[in-house]
Design a protein around this ligand. Sequence first.
Ligand code: PCA
Length: 321
Amino acid sequence: MTIRYLTTAALMAAAGTAGAETWDMPMAYPASNYHSENGAAFAACVGEASGGALEITVHPGGSLFSGNDIKRAVQTGQAPIGERLLSAHANENPLFGIDSVPFLATSFAASDTLAAAAREPIKAALDAQNLVYIYAVPWPPQGFYFKKEVNSTDDMKGIKFRAYNAATARIAELAGMVPVQIEAAELSQALATGVADSFISSGSTGVDSKVWESLTHFYDVQAWLPRNTVFANKDAFNALDAAAQAALMDCGAKAAASGAAKAQELTSQYLVTLAENGMTVSGPSEALTEGLKGFGATMAAEWVEQAGDTGKAILDAYGAN
Ligand code: PCA
């Protein structure tokens, strides 16, 4: 891949043009989702801040690489930059799953504090994978979608459950559900065809997927707020001049702030939209909350076990006990 960039530069030098570097940026979620719109604004910011020296083209909806392939594509230089739900890669490093430990951080404010405590270790983990951290943006709090009333974890037994990372698959396992890993881009179809009958996610993804066409109940459990993270291939990043690198970082900082603000602003509206389309939207019953808290305690202990001293240090910095 390094060769490709050298060749491009060499060609431009030979042609005598002060040409712009152009980067494709694969993203997994629909173009109309705020993460993708924020990514497009980030790309425009980079173009402007670099004086046109670095132009980024976003490819939302998994159109360039499917969500599950984006991280590897950027690591290997098939794409110079991309966005991915980092917790989907917790199997590579438990630190990537810190934002999906149930009930560890359940509000935007707590999720920001947790993300800040984890940022340097996560940057280092990405760096070790040939990736440069650019920015991350939270999803709204996660709740459960079902096709029937669910008042306790016992009511979940046997249901086919769409998982998007190891934590969601683990919840399915603990509840006696049947997990099936499905990208958001395939979710509507999976629900329509009965491949899955339930899942946990934000109101945002529920609205994107028009889940009221297949499901009936949303329980606003507020279990965690996972993040999409934008990272660049380290070789591609290092090949940029200092001004273009600074443009990426400055625009990344702006995108982190604007994305988080947008997520917060949209959260309640998503739930209103679910209800307007006929879904029953409510908080969880006491029994359901209790059952889920039990799963959370189990999973928090498992995470600490996996994440070792680095994990403990992050939790200490976060103020968890
Ligand atoms: N939406 C993404 C991840 C978390 C969320 O709210 C999804 O369901 O794939």
